[in-house]
Design a protein around this ligand. Structure first.
Ligand SMILES: [Zn+2]
Length: 318
């Protein structure tokens, strides 16, 4: 019998701490802990290590106990989000069997699972690999995670697509991998509205390039304190007021930790405006600038010759 609701935990064996650590194999042989009894759905873009950890937590095992029980040899050490778990093809197949999901389904959800070209050999192996800062996953929405973890944990790490920065239902976001807790966004309602505007932008054929360009421009403006500084400062303070951990628990600058979230509304607005521009050199950059200033709610947009928006409008769109 497959049970997928939280009551499955009521009949699960006591936590290892209460009765000594059982061998994983013995534990997995107990009827209530058979593979697939707890079906833990992956989050879209979830880090492999995060999914394996959540699966292990649902079974009240450690990550290495779960891998061991599945016959997967683990080497190295690591922790999320600074490291990712790499599984070879055989290990990925065993994980999919344990999780009771078809392997293609799991690969689709976990972008780092089973890199192509390692299908040879019979061993099922996993190893930890350190990640550069820009490759690290972000904390996923705690409520969405809890919902998908049989209430066993609210912690997951994922590589969200840009349009998934904010969870509009639960009003949470994690704009930087250095944030070990999510940021509550309910004090800044325009962030949820921006989420929906971003989904509409995706229908445009030039959405991806417009987004990349817009984000580079607004990031530069933010770092150089240009054009929208007052508005962004106000928004930052609204986030500080409702998220004290932003200013107290990190060694990194909270101004940088929150950057992607603070500039998000203007980034999407600018991307929408850029996507709508004719895809040819603009004869009259002034007209385009007036239009963009209007969209951003600014009386004018005085740009020096090096401003990334001016450079884009005058040189890049050929
Ligand atoms: Zn959520």
């Amino acid at each position: 019998m497959r049970r997928t609701d939280v009551t499955a935990r009521d009949t699960a064996p006591a936590a290892p701490a209460q009765r000594g650590v059982p061998t994983t194999e013995a534990w997995l042989r107990t009827p209530s802990a058979a593979p697939g009894v707890l079906r833990v759905r992956p989050l879209t873009g979830e880090a492999t290590a995060s999914y394996v950890q959540r699966l292990a937590t649902a079974y009240r095992l450690t990550l290495s106990q779960l891998l061991d029980g599945a016959g997967i040899t683990l080497t190295g050490h690591g922790t999320l989000p600074a490291a990712e778990l790499h599984l070879n093809h055989n290990a990925a197949r065993r994980l999919a069997a344990l999780a009771q999901f078809p392997l293609p389904h799991l690969k689709n959800a976990l972008p780092h699972l089973a890199l192509p070209g390692d299908a040879h050999g019979t061993e099922a192996a996993a190893h930890w690999k350190r990640l550069e800062a820009e490759q690290q996953p972000l904390r996923a929405c705690t409520l969405c995670t809890r919902h998908r973890s049989h209430d066993a944990t609210d912690t997951a790490w994922a590589h969200p697509a840009p349009q998934r920065l904010v969870c509009p239902r639960d009003q949470q976001a994690a704009p930087d991998p250095r944030l070990t807790t999510t940021v509550h966004t309910w004090a800044v309602p325009e962030l949820a509205a921006t989420h929906h505007a971003h989904q509409r932008l995706l229908r445009h054929p030039r959405a991806a390039t417009a987004w990349t360009t817009a984000r580079a421009i607004t990031t530069r403006w933010y770092d150089h304190q240009q054009h929208l500084t007052h508005r962004w400062h106000t928004r930052l303070n609204q986030l500080y007021a409702t998220n004290p951990h932003l200013t107290t628990t990190h060694s990194a600058s909270p101004t940088l930790l929150a950057r992607d979230l603070v500039i998000y509304p203007e980034t999407v607005t600018l991307a929408v405006a850029l996507a709508a521009l004719p895809n040819r050199p603009h004869r009259n950059t002034g007209n385009a600038l007036r239009l963009i200033a209007h969209r951003l709610g600014l009386p004018r947009l005085p740009l020096n010759a090096n401003d990334p928006l001016r450079v884009f409008l005058t040189h890049t769109r050929h």
